[in-house]
Ligand binder design. Structure first.
Ligand SMILES: Nc1ncnc2c1ncn2[C@@H]1O[C@H](COP(=O)(O)OP(=O)(O)O)[C@@H](O)[C@H]1O
Ligand SMILES: [Mg+2]
Length: 363
């Protein structure tokens, strides 16, 4: 059902693709709606909507359907510690990872020096995204970390080096390193806990519980997201299929976007299909995406704007959803959690979709 052909115009059911993943119900016609990542311009999803409009419920329902349809991995960055509850509706096969309890790997002692260096560089690059580290500071940190990793020392031993505690950025970076990272003897010991599973064939849903870190220090939680994304990218091989093999969920995108920056947007727009990654993102308003509003929205094959009774909200979304003036008037009248004006690539004209969180009728 097209938004532009709403009453008083005659009701003409749109014939949706019946391939792909079931995503919800067309509110007007009652038909099931599918999204096919192979036919879609990209496999990415963006959900916009005010607080309480149903973004997180929508993301969890769609991640679950995607995982089930395509047997993909999902990694969910969760600053509110809510996804374990959202997923309890579907499955208990989720792994919850809290870097406060299981620190991130700075390096593995068993690795070759070049591999260690590669990982150290990812850590330092991530640190410099959130703290403004000078080139000198980065070199200095790299030297210390190489030493720690090559000698397989505990990460806390960084403090034994002459860290310039009066240099605010270096001491902040050092304290973050020692609280969030660890030197692991072998990959296996960490794989058992978390990330290495991504190199195996086993498919799973992992939730990175960032709540404690986020409440304590937003820069640190942004760092964790940045580091894990970079780590994942460094371990991925080029994908040969159109179907993603990993879904990365970034709810509350505003909290990391300023640190992820150009590199992330580039990945979204250009490379992630070839890396086999689908990004499922949510944030409150398009303004959170500044200065990448157009690039990010245009990089999403599925774009959903949850219902909200605000004219300025719809005006800002108008061009991305191809809304006519009449369609905006109509959008203002729809309300209810989980109901969204949705642009489903390759269709240009949006649908009014209700994402039913439970899958009962589909099975
Ligand atoms: N699709 C839905 N169907 C029914 N109720 C929903 C749906 N989506 C959300 N809700 C209700 O709205 C509440 C808030 O949803 P949530 O996804 O947390 O919003 P947001 O992430 O936008 O802040 C949920 O706890 C649930 O009670
Ligand atoms: Mg939410």
């Amino acid at each position: 059902m097209l938004l532009d052909s709403l009453p008083p115009t005659a009701v003409v059911p749109l014939s949706y693709s019946s391939t792909g993943t079931y995503i919800g119900i067309d509110v007007i016609s009652g038909s099931s709606v599918y999204w096919d990542p192979e036919l879609s311009s990209t496999p990415h999803l963006l959900v916009i909507g005010p607080s309480g409009s149903g973004k997180s419920v929508t993301l969890s329902a769609l991640v679950h359907r995607f995982v089930r349809s395509y047997n993909v991995n999902a990694i969910i960055f969760d600053i509110k510690d809510e996804y374990r509850y959202l997923f309890s509706m579907y499955t208990d096969r989720v792994l919850i990872f809290n870097p406060v309890e299981v620190p991130l790997p700075l390096c593995f002692c068993e690795d070759q020096p070049t591999k260690k260096l590669e990982m150290i560089n990812i850590a330092i690059e991530s640190l410099s995204k959130v703290y403004t580290l000078s080139t000198q500071a980065r070199k200095y940190l790299a030297k210390i970390l190489v030493n720690v990793c090559n000698r397989c020392l505990d990460v806390d031993s960084i403090w034994n080096y002459e860290v310039d505690v009066y240099d605010k950025e270096i001491s902040k970076a050092t304290s973050t390193l020692t609280t969030l990272f660890n030197v692991y003897t072998n990959r296996y010991s960490f794989d058992e806990e978390f990330l290495g599973v991504y190199t195996s064939k086993q498919r799973r849903i992992s939730i990175v519980n960032l709540k404690q870190i986020f409440v304590r220090d937003r820069l640190e939680s942004a760092l964790v997201v940045t580091y894990i994304l970079k780590y994942m990218l460094s371990t991925f091989n080029v994908s040969t299929t159109q179907i993603p093999i990993n879904v990365v969920v970034l709810d509350e995108l505003w909290h990391v976007l300023p640190f992820l920056g150009d590199e992330f947007v580039n990945m979204l727009a250009r490379y992630s299909r070839s890396l086999g990654i689908a990004m499922f993102m949510a944030t409150q308003g398009v303004e959170d995406l500044h200065p990448y509003i157009d690039t990010i929205i245009n990089s999403c094959g599925l774009f959903m704007a949850m219902s909200a009774p605000s004219i300025s909200y719809w005006q800002k979304l108008q061009r991305y959803l191809n809304l006519s003036k009449k369609a905006i008037d109509y959008a203002m009248t729809i309300s209810g959690q989980g109901i969204a004006v949705t642009r489903i690539s390759p269709y240009k004209i949006p649908t009014i979709l209700y994402v039913d969180p439970l899958d009962n009728f589909e099975e």
